[in-house]
Design a protein around this ligand. Structure first.
Ligand code: SDX
Length: 429
């Protein structure tokens, strides 16, 4: 296999090294392109650009693979444990029992918010979008943990990761409680990660919420399936912000904002809105599919398609199975699941979707699971953020551990006005 590529510009030939990753994916190394040729490479939306090397997650678009630190996603399905997957992503290996105990204890110890943070919730209207509150409050956490603004040792990383991963649950639950005028429910140190989140969401001062084993297992798996996905939009945002040596809290707050977009993490909300519109009889599944194929409609089949996966998103397949199992065990019949399956069947046999290799992605079934748990639709992307947080922290840590890290600063091709004179206001048309 050639170790370099030849590039000829204006009669001069240059050599560009070809680098190869663990899974055999290859890239042109263009780090010397501008210094040697004076040219840059234009690639809007970075569809052809590898922004970094990373050892955290690999996804195989054509093979439908997804591995965290080399471990296939499917291996986590039997005994889903979000906390140990978070450790795996951040520190590169599954925790041994003492590491797991210490990290779990740190999550338990740091579930509470500083009491003064509650005043910030009072400043938000009850109708405030939960992702706006989450981003603001993650950034606000940095004000209450100044000792974690600069992280140098592995223990400091673990301390900051524990606070963020633990407190994001509390921030999410209090966001929900505030929006409904409900009293805040303090975390219960006797409860494991997901149970404590559900307790803070749904318990009342006079009545404790007891989650079932099926719900705890399903929620652990949903969070694991969202935990990382290499250089997606929000993770690339965290890396970009972190490259200026902005602190971990500020970088993750930026990741929340990027995730909010309907083309990214916000799609899980749009999927449910789409299914509900069909259920309410506004359109049939067939009519909706036809609309989503018509560019002029501006409508897309939300939860379908992916920049990388040109085969099934393995997460969608696992989430569909969790959907079936959990709803069956809980004795829930959700008509939206029937509609989702109908849409999938139609699309997978429609040339428009088949020719464009559009398959269900992570957002297509996740909302139905969250609905069955009782999570309101406007909180779905917040749940995505809780799942994705360990991935953001892992990428921030990987990048900031690189002694050669530089601030990210892409170039551009200028297409604006040529040099022009200043015109006095009296002479302007
Ligand atoms: C996530 O990057 C990640 O890894 C993200 C994520 C993660 O874990 O971080 O996996 C999470 O964000 C999943 C994606 C959630 N978004 C949606 O479900 C929104 C609906 N999907 C699309 O908007 C779209 O498929 C994207 C955004 C996911 C991918 O967009 P691309 O790669 O830029 O694809 P494109 O817009 O260039 O589409 C290619 C063609 C176009 O048609 P043509 O111009 O070739 O005729 O496919 C069409 C598009 O119009 N198309 C769709 C479609 N998705 C693409 N047509 C109808 N419905 C869709 N959903």
């Amino acid at each position: 296999m050639p170790s370099d590529a030849k590039l000829t510009i204006d009669g001069k030939t240059y050599s560009l090294p070809i680098v190869e990753g663990t899974e055999g994916e290859r890239a042109l190394d263009i780090t010397s392109l501008r210094s040697e040729t004076g040219l840059t490479a234009l690639d809007p939306a970075y569809g052809n650009t590898a922004s970094c090397t990373s050892g955290i997650t690999v996804i195989g678009g054509d093979r439908g693979i997804l591995r965290y630190r080399g471990i296939p996603l499917e291996e986590f399905a039997d005994k889903p444990n979000f906390v140990e997957v978070a450790w795996l992503l951040i520190f590169g290996k599954l925790p041994n029992s003492s590491e797991y105990q210490q990290f779990s204890q740190r999550l338990t110890n740091h579930a509470n918010l500083d009491e003064d943070m509650k005043h910030h919730f009072m400043g938000f209207p009850r109708s405030a979008p939960p992702m706006a509150i989450l981003s603001a409050m993650i950034s606000t956490l940095s004000c209450f943990h100044p000792q974690l603004l600069e992280l140098h040792t592995s223990d400091e990383i673990e301390a900051a990761a524990a606070r963020l991963i633990s407190k994001i649950r509390t921030l999410a639950a209090y966001t929900y409680r505030h929006s409904h005028g409900l009293p805040y429910i303090y975390p219960d140190p006797s409860l494991p990660y997901t149970s404590n989140f559900l307790h803070m969401m749904f318990s009342e001062p006079y009545k404790r919420y007891e989650s079932s084993e099926e719900v705890r297992r399903a929620l652990n798996l949903v969070l694991i399936l969202h935990a990382d996905h290499e250089q997606n939009c929000s993770t690339s945002t965290v890396r970009m912000v972190g490259s200026s040596r902005a602190n971990l809290f500020a970088s993750c707050a930026a990741g929340v904002s990027a995730l909010w977009g309907p083309l990214h993490g916000g799609a899980n909300v749009k999927v449910i809105e789409m299914l509900e519109a069909i259920h309410q009889g506004n359109q049939s599944a067939d009519e909706f599919i036809n609309l989503s194929k018509d560019k002029s409609s501006g409508i897309r089949l939300m939860g379908f398609g992916h920049r990388i996966y040109k085969n099934f998103d393995p997460r969608a397949m696992m989430l569909r199975k969790v959907c079936d199992e959990m709803l069956d065990t809980l004795g829930i019949h959700d008509p939206l699941l029937d509609i989702a399956k109908r849409l999938e069947d139609i699309a997978l046999n429609d040339e428009y979707f088949v020719s464009r290799k559009l398959y269900p992605n992570v957002d297509f079934y996740s909302g139905i699971i969250l609905r069955a748990i009782g999570i309101p639709t406007n909180m779905f992307t917040v749940l995505f953020a809780i799942g994705r947080l360990p991935g953001w922290i892992a990428h921030w840590h990987e990048q900031n551990s690189d002694p050669n890290m530089r601030i990210s600063r892409p170039r551009q091709i200028y297409t604006g006005n040529p040099k022009s004179p200043y015109i006095d206001v009296r002479d302007r048309t």
